[in-house]
Design a protein around this ligand. Sequence first.
Ligand SMILES: NC(=O)c1ccc[n+]([C@@H]2O[C@H](COP(=O)([O-])OP(=O)(O)OC[C@H]3O[C@@H](n4cnc5c(N)ncnc54)[C@H](O)[C@@H]3O)[C@@H](O)[C@H]2O)c1
Length: 441
Amino acid sequence: MKIAMIGTGYVGLVSGVCFSDFGHEVVCVDKDPRKIEMLRRGEVPIYEPGLDMVMARNVAAGRLTFTGDLAAAVDGADAVFIAVGTPTRRGDGHADLTYVMAAAGEIGRALTGYAVVVTKSTVPVGTNRQVAAAVRAANPAAEFDVASNPEFLREGAAIDDFMRPDRVVVGVESERAKAVMADIYRPLFLREFPVVYTDLESAEMIKYAANAFLATKITFINEMAMLCEKVGADIKAVSRGMGLDGRIGNKFLHAGPGYGGSCFPKDTQALARIGQEHAAPCAITETVIAVNDRVKRRMIDKVVDLCGGSVNGKTILVLGVTFKPNTDDMRDAPSLTIVPALVGGGAKVRVVDPQGRREGEALLPGVTWADDPYAAAEGADALVILTEWNEFRGLDLGQMAQRMAHPRMADLRNIYPPEDVREAGFVAHVAVGRPGFGVEG
Ligand SMILES: NC(=O)c1ccc[n+]([C@@H]2O[C@H](COP(=O)([O-])OP(=O)(O)OC[C@H]3O[C@@H](n4cnc5c(N)ncnc54)[C@H](O)[C@@H]3O)[C@@H](O)[C@H]2O)c1
């Protein structure tokens, strides 16, 4: 199969690289010339574990190339994937389809023979039909079908998720398009990963419904964590007790500082908007959005309480600012709510993050970046764990406490048992949904 991948971001690059690893001939396209230059030099523009190796072996095998020339990539392709961004539209929460529709028009003009135009970007119900209309408008003679193929990979584990997915979802309307999609995913089908064929609208809905459900699960446990704090229960025990129930499952049941990232915030907002537009309000999703916002803001209060009622003049060390470990993605990370509030409250904030600095420097003005958590702890008044990178899971807490002026910890990922924190010499500790110590109020 010959594949053109339009958009070489977190999803497009991983998908393109993995399709080439399946043995297909893949051309990845991006309109950002710096990205294409980097990729041609063999550099990966994002941080995604393992991606560099799979990319290098497929470039070496001659199956994977990069270009800024969309028309050249589309020429002769069996399938053209749209994997461009669909951020939140300013003002109304709707998914911004500008990039998708622009790509559809460009693809239409470039089509030379039959191809399946596949939307991999997360798009509202009805978008695939709009894509078909845009291709048709740009090129009335074009021979093509559209397909919806939403992506479920997780940043930080993207290669494994793509190569060993829980399922692949394909929305198609013709046998011809179905046959092309079946050929593309044959290596996964042969290894018995389920491929769900359905209509366009259902495929589009599956993606939003899945993400909204996961965001709901996280938000539910975060709400239970709030209650646990009031009644003296430990959310860790509650999560475990709930998660062992096979009907519930233990995934996405860890209390923390609220969900963030490139998908859940924008996809929940878009789903809420779709519901409103169709007079079928998604009340649960709307509530989830509001509660998650409260959860993030509650974290600020925790740090302020930890610091005795004010962060003004305090030196605070923040460990982790990316929205989760193993990615450099800062989009809608809880740190973007919490850190500016601390800086605004007069704190001197030091930040350590294994990969976050490149993106984070512009997004978090007024902080000092450091590489080593121990050196950065020197003279600090509080330590805040925001993202559970492996580097922060096994800290020598005794050493950290010794270096700090006031050994106080806000463990917003519940990494460390409170008793270990106390034994290490910390005098105050707050966590999420479990008892801390040394903090009034
Ligand atoms: N990031 C994730 O974890 C994830 C997971 C599942 C689904 N998705 C969805 O996948 C889509 C892409 O997300 P992403 O995180 O990869 O976005 P991204 O912003 O990282 O990448 C998008 C890329 O598309 C390029 N682009 C835009 N218009 C173009 C055009 N006309 N021609 C060529 N290139 C163009 C941009 O330059 C950019 O490099 C979104 O709809 C998102 O919701 C993302």
